[in-house]
Design a protein around this ligand. Sequence first.
Ligand code: HEM
Length: 355
Amino acid sequence: MAKARCFTAFLLISSLFLAPYFSISEADSSAPIESGLSWTFYESSCPKVESIIRKQLKKVFKKDIGQAAGLLRLHFHDCFVQGCDGSVLLDGSASGPSEQDAPPNLSLRATAFEIIDDLRERVHKECGRVVSCSDILALAARDSVYLSGGPDYDVPLGRRDGLTFATRNVTLQNLPPPTDNADAILSSLATKKFDPTDVVALSGGHTIGISHCSSFTNRLYPTQDPNMDKTFANNLKGICPAANSTNTTVLDIRSPDKFDNKYYVDLMNRQGLFTSDQDLYTNSKTRGIVTSFAVNETLFFEKFVLSMLKMGQLSVLTGKKGEIRANCSIRNPDNKLYLASVVEEEVEEEAWSEF
Ligand code: HEM
């Protein structure tokens, strides 16, 4: 009896200590996983992949926690355009400008691309070329959330890297602009099977990171958005004195570097930065969800993880599709598509040399 009481006390005390570290394991999550992905994909081929990434990102974030936001956004931009296939990581080629050159991607952090390829180099040094850039990006996004104070969660792995990137138009069609209202965001994300709870939860990614003035000055000039708190608007006008100012400001004024539910508290105080953020509180379809996350951080973390798992599996390439890139920004030179174009080029060159 005394033993049982002792154990209960131990559980109570340990749960008090463990409470701040929210963690969802594969067993807790009811999210179905895409065929070809697995929770244990690199168990024998690269068992240390997750620890290598986490250890290195801890170092990176110690120097600059802002990099976490850059990595989280990069994963979102990868997955929404052509699926989570690392296509956003590819440099442009002779065949045309890359996804990176499309307007929504111009404000992605150059350092985020460098961090991913540095992680790729570390992982490939340990295991050989077995882990894809798209999996590394999905793990880096998860660690960005966790190491900024958010939930920890398991990521199903086995994505392969795509051989092509999307055009400018396809990129624009798949990444909604910050000037969209909630109805536009809801219908855009519904095409990817995200419901209103997913939309509100994923928008919570704006609890960390920064934005350039140009993404929200439409709410300040020529007329001030009546849905924006007046003091907040005046402070923003100080940071962005004109519509085309190139300065930046934080997305979540209450705790800009911490992954928490304060973004929703901002929205309830009309201190959301983008129309696409603030309108989630104005629109009756999403207002209640915003409030529920503002008052219950655990609920937000739970829903965010489920939506991230959904986002992280959009149109993934698995099995024999795609490839494992040896350099995240370039398609492998030994790829068949590449060989085909080399052969064509050689034939053309021969034709030219006849003259
Ligand atoms: C729902 C539609 C969304 C829109 C319209 C949107 C729009 C934007 C814009 C305009 C910026 C600032 C770009 C700049 O001016 O520098 C930004 C930043 C950011 N977004 Fe979103 N976003 C959306 C969804 C998401 C999602 C789903 C996530 C992740 C789960 C996310 C994570 C971030 C992060 C972390 C930043 C800060 C990046 C940094 O500091 O480098 N966003 N977003």
